[in-house]
Design a protein around this ligand. Structure first.
Ligand SMILES: C[S@@+](CC[C@H](N)C(=O)[O-])C[C@H]1O[C@@H](n2cnc3c(N)ncnc32)[C@H](O)[C@@H]1O
Length: 257
């Protein structure tokens, strides 16, 4: 296994337009569990861009996939929509008589999403729902996005949620699933975790920010392996599952009904 290398000088392009995430900048003493509250919502675009390798590609391609798979007269869902980046990308698919339903359990996220939404003129209407995705109905769905959300759902609830999504889809429907993943081989796992931290360092996060964020999110974000995701999706009735993007320990899959 290659030795850990720390890119000392590499700086990736900063996201200059968003308020900067400084939530973990100072020593915190006791680090509390991570929640999607108002302080996170305020810096979320910067946080996710600097923390998730390939995030903007995944958002953009979710729109392309929605364009291909949205069917007239159906619904599109963005589950765990946060501030609506994936929703806005998917809503560009101006397919006839489609509606996009964006769901999140964080009121802070939806309040901000709602403000941005009111300033947009989109080819597809978006309805915001403040709810736990485990409790909502999924009906006549042609495209369902779960971009970095399933990882926050309790592991024992994941089968039921994915079965519900599969049952609520029309024939030809697709699930777009993006997740932080882990690897069964410990040394491979450690390498990808370190590479992810290199990515965060290159984006300006300090060692303290990286370690405090890790502590906050450790028992909240529960990653699984690609093999576990594939097998569970097939077990939930999806006919085919393909990985369409991966960077380090972040992967995006498409599951076909
Ligand atoms: C990492 S963010 C998702 C990012 C977003 N999909 C995007 O593309 O920008 C995870 C989101 O899922 C939401 N979430 C987590 N568990 C949820 C649940 N059970 N029901 C609804 N929303 C949930 C959080 O509030 C948060 O806004």
């Amino acid at each position: 296994m290659p030795k850990k290398t720390q890119p000392k000088k590499t700086q990736l392009k900063p996201n200059v337009s968003a308020p900067v995430d400084t939530l973990f900048l100072h020593p915190m003493g006791a680090v509390e569990g991570f929640t999607f509250d108002r302080s996170v919502a305020a810096v979320f675009p910067d946080m996710i861009q600097r923390s998730v390798p390939g995030y903007s590609t995944v958002v953009a391609i979710s729109g392309l996939l929605a364009q291909r798979f949205a069917q007239p007269g159906t619904q599109l869902y963005d589950l765990g929509c946060s501030l609506g980046a994936t929703s806005f990308s998917m809503a560009q698919a101006g397919t006839q008589d489609c509606e996009l339903i964006a769901v999140d359990s964080s009121k802070a996220m939806l309040d901000q999403f709602s403000v941005t939404l009111s300033e947009q003129n989109l080819p597809m209407p978006i309805t915001l729902i403040h709810a736990d995705i485990n409790t909502i109905k999924i009906e006549r769905a042609s495209v369902v996005a779960l971009n970095y959300t399933l990882q926050f759902v309790a592991i024992e609830q994941r089968v039921k949620l994915l079965q519900k999504i599969q049952h609520g889809m029309v024939t030809g429907g697709v699930l777009l699933l993006s997740e932080k993943i882990q690897f069964d081989d410990t040394s491979v796992n450690e390498l990808f975790v370190e590479l992810h931290h290199d990515f965060k360092r290159a984006n300006g996060y300090s060692e303290l920010e990286i370690s405090q964020k890790r502590e906050a999110i450790d028992n909240v974000l529960l990653p699984e392996s690609l093999q576990v995701h594939r097998q569970r999706l097939i077990g939930c009735g999806f006919s085919r599952v393909e990985v369409w993007f991966q960077c380090f320990n972040f992967a995006s899959l498409v599951a076909f009904k």
